[in-house]
Design a protein. Structure first.
Length: 86
């Protein structure tokens, strides 16, 4: 599954890209999402999920509601997954 991110301008949830499909605004996504796969072997599903959650939390300043919405899961599910990682 491709992680979904929100365009910072129109908030359209989409796959990471260089340009928004709706407003055509150029933007970048956290380097941790794209660069992590290019510089090392593929992570396990659990590792990839953890990295995605960490990147989303960093991107949204630890706002769990916005981070959960950006990656397409519920806030309660995000809390449960984060608790399991500690």
């Amino acid at each position: 599954m491709i992680p979904r991110i929100l365009c910072p301008h129109c908030e359209l949830k989409q796959a990471p890209a260089q340009q928004c499909r709706r407003c055509q605004t150029a933007f970048t996504y956290p380097a941790e999402i794209g660069d992590s796969l290019a510089t090392r072997p593929l992570p396990t599903l659990a590792q990839a999920e953890r990295e995605l959650i960490q990147a989303a939390m960093a991107l949204y300043g630890n706002d769990a509601g916005r981070a959960a919405k950006a990656i397409g899961i519920g806030r309660t599910t995000l809390y449960r997954k984060m608790k399991g990682y500690r």
